[in-house]
Design a protein around this ligand. Structure first.
Ligand code: IMP
Length: 200
């Protein structure tokens, strides 16, 4: 049984405003005091893990140490089948120091070339860490197809290039609320809520 969360608040262990907003909105019904690693000016730990779960735990634990309160981290990325799972763990890094996702999306397109396999999934691992060292982690995925050219200016990261299965719009075109309902982060989040926040 996952440990239940009974503390009054937590820090979202991220400096990515798009992600912090999505996580804070998902947590809103629980009336917690929420701050973020960015707001607290916590240093960003190096993501040295070789799995999403290792990186999510490492980020959550670093924020617990920096803020001395529980922390929730998300490690996420895009895995493209035709690229053997790339950019994967390096999804943020493909955008370069300037975090320019037009560059990252162009790179995905360039590497795919005329490869007919444009299947992909977004993955999110959420790790909730407590000051005593305990951690609970949950994974969510959403499958879809990489389109070109990118479409839409909503969302962030690779959203304009990812069309989820069952939709004829990309995450960049999808309404914020709908993305929040179906995304990889929403799937992981539902597991987190069921495991740690809701009465059994
Ligand atoms: P992280 O901050 O190391 O977890 O990097 C995750 C990266 O994956 C982000 O910078 C985005 O490029 C990409 N990513 C994760 N979730 C999403 C999403 O919901 N939409 C678009 N890109 C995402």
């Amino acid at each position: 049984m996952p440990r239940r969360f009974t503390e009054p608040g937590l820090v979202v262990a991220s400096h990515n405003e798009g992600k912090v907003r999505e996580i804070a909105d998902l947590l809103a019904p629980f009336g917690l005091d929420i701050t973020s690693a960015g707001q607290l000016n916590l240093p960003e730990p190096e993501e040295t893990g070789d799995t999403f779960i290792a990186n999510a735990e490492l980020k959550a634990k670093a924020a617990v140490e920096g803020a001395n309160m529980p922390a929730l981290a998300d490690d996420s990325g895009l895995a493209v089948e035709g690229l053997s799972g790339d950019p994967g763990l390096y999804s943020a890094r493909w955008a370069g120091a300037a975090r320019d996702f037009n560059i990252a999306m162009a790179l995905v397109q360039e590497k795919l070339g005329d490869n007919p396999n444009r299947r992909a999934y977004f993955i999110s691992v959420l790790s909730l860490a407590w000051p005593d060292g305990h951690v609970e982690s949950f994974e969510g995925r959403i499958y879809g197809t990489m389109v070109w050219p990118p479409r839409g200016d909503k969302g962030f990261g690779y959203d304009p290039m990812f069309q989820p299965d069952g939709y004829d719009v990309t995450f960049g075109e999808l309404d914020y609320d709908e993305k929040q309902r179906i995304s990889h982060r929403a799937v992981a989040f539902q597991k987190l809520i069921d495991g740690c926040f809701r009465e059994p």
